[in-house]
Write a protein that binds this ligand. Structure first.
Ligand SMILES: Nc1ncnc2c1ncn2[C@@H]1O[C@H](COP(=O)(O)OP(=O)(O)OP(=O)(O)O)[C@@H](O)[C@H]1O
Ligand SMILES: O=C(O)c1ccc[n+]([C@@H]2O[C@H](COP(=O)([O-])O)[C@@H](O)[C@H]2O)c1
Length: 188
């Protein structure tokens, strides 16, 4: 199987993420797309980062009607912070018959050279990139394929601050996620 890995904090998952994952699974050769929930991005502050199990629950709720979208908690059992190369190696060992690719926005591709062993990531794994406003993608990179995708310009940061201010942002969250987040009182 060809699997697209969509790495992120998903703090929380929003419809921008779901639209991208669903689009790549439907409009490319990927059989499945996995949301890989990172407990701790090496470059992000821990402030306002919800517990990884709560973030995983929200992803599970978001994808319950999408059989070819999966949630992976593989990084929960790996050392923190979460380095993508370590996760990729681990996944390859665990699923030797599958082929793994990465899905990322052009914003993330621009910073990829700062990641641990980025040259190995670029050499070994196909990367599917969707353009994001303000970030020109380098089309000369071998192994990088540009895929146009519909964009919803919202962010988890925006959602967290709106929830804190008691604003209604329910339409920006996949079905069931707002209810769950509200029930457990996240980001208040
Ligand atoms: N609205 C969006 N449309 C498409 N891709 C997005 C969008 N928001 C984030 N992404 C991408 O999804 C992946 C995971 O995103 P992440 O969990 O960091 O969400 P975020 O909304 O950017 O979070 P935060 O605001 O907390 O930084 C990253 O590769 C990020 O570039
Ligand atoms: O491996 C690295 O060096 C590395 C550096 C920065 C970010 N990442 C990963 O990139 C993903 C995007 O993170 P985020 O928090 O922006 O959604 C997340 O899985 C991080 O662990 C990985």
């Amino acid at each position: 199987m060809k699997i697209g890995l969509y790495f992120g904090s998903f703090n929380p998952i929003h419809i921008g993420h779901l639209i991208i994952a669903n689009h790549f699974q439907n409009f490319t050769d990927l059989d499945q797309v996995w949301f890989v929930i990172s407990p701790q991005n090496p470059f992000k502050k821990k402030a306002s980062l919800a517990n990884e199990f709560d973030r995983l629950d929200m992803v599970e709720i978001a994808i319950k009607d999408y059989p070819n979208l999966r949630a992976s908690d593989i990084e929960f059992r790996l050392p923190k912070p979460s380095y993508t190369i370590d996760t990729l190696i681990h996944l390859e060992e665990r699923y030797p018959n599958d082929q793994f690719c990465l899905i990322m926005g052009s914003d993330n591709l621009k910073g990829l050279h700062k990641w641990k062993n980025s040259e190995i990531i670029l050499a070994k794994y196909p990367i599917y990139v969707y353009p994001r406003p303000g970030y020109v993608q380098d089309e000369s990179l071998e192994n990088v394929q540009i895929v146009e995708a519909p964009l919803m310009e919202i962010s988890s940061t925006f959602i967290r601050s709106a929830v804190k201010e008691n604003r209604n942002i329910k339409p920006m969250l996949p079905n069931g996620v707002w209810e769950h987040l509200d029930k457990i009182g996240l980001y208040k």
